[in-house]
Design a binder for this molecule. Sequence first.
Ligand SMILES: [Zn+2]
Ligand SMILES: [Zn+2]
Length: 352
Amino acid sequence: MRDPIADLRRIAFLLERANEATYRVRAFRSAAKALAGLPAEEVAERSRAGKLTELPGVGDVTARCVTESLAGEEPVYLRRLAATEGTDLDAEATALRTALRGDCHTHSDWSDGGSPIEEMALAAVELGHEYLVLTDHSPRLKVARGLTADRLRRQLDHVARLNEALPEGFRILTGIEVDILADGSLDQDEELLARLDVVVGSVHSGLNDDRAKMTRRMLAAVANPHLDILGHCTGRMVTSRPAGVTGPGDRGHRVRTRPESDFDADAVFAACVEHDTAVEINSRPERQDPPKRLIRRALEAGCRFAINTDAHAPGQLDWQRFGCERAARCGVPADRVVNTWSADELVAWTHA
Ligand SMILES: [Zn+2]
Ligand SMILES: [Zn+2]
């Protein structure tokens, strides 16, 4: 017996993973939500009578998927998507991916993500993660609806409640992707940064700062005792993203390519070693940040890494494979990657 709601959610996941436009994904998530509120007999009855589309949120395509699923068949739509599933990883990348136990950089619809925290968490559970660090944006990033101190406090209460209902052995860790401001300070209250499990810090403004200024800015941020992970350090965008795809820095707007910021990478990586700040390997296909030559230099410097998705939708949580592929090409060993640790080990490290 197939579960039509699980099939709809699986389709949404695969569409997100394939970087499809948010409105296409939303059709499936909305339909899944509409049906989840009804008794199974009513769904079956409506399917037989052709009355599924009378429900708000259910259209012709999603109704057909449900009917096929109830008949015990894999929906045609799902079968076609599953056939285009990602490429296989080689042995080194697979070993690294298998060693990862969580993701330290993810967004929800509290900032510029497309889905509620609970949906992100459920997708992480299905991927086999033990934890998901929720890192919505900080106040100054207004285009991404960055969280004020008050909203972040409310989010912390909300996450505490969600954690009580989530399966044993999995938890949402609290966090932030905090903006590194022009002077290198971090864009959130000190008291809150101290409370969070994981602090990722990223540059989102003034990406064209000259080399000396950008280096000073990054060195100040890395030296901040609250910073745990330096996010997408060059800020580059290697491919443009079409409008309508959920991603960073906007709510579905087009994003153009952008060159790397100019900074003294050796000085910044040396500071990361000194202050035990991990360098993020950002897995987003449009970012691929840092580039491989800088991953190699960070590795030689002795840095730790975090292989993160920066997911803005549940299906994007599966992009860790891309980061693992690039890390493996540079010879990054699993014992240098902080998200190969358990949640307790990770939090012990961030609070050390
Ligand atoms: Zn960012
Ligand atoms: Zn982000």
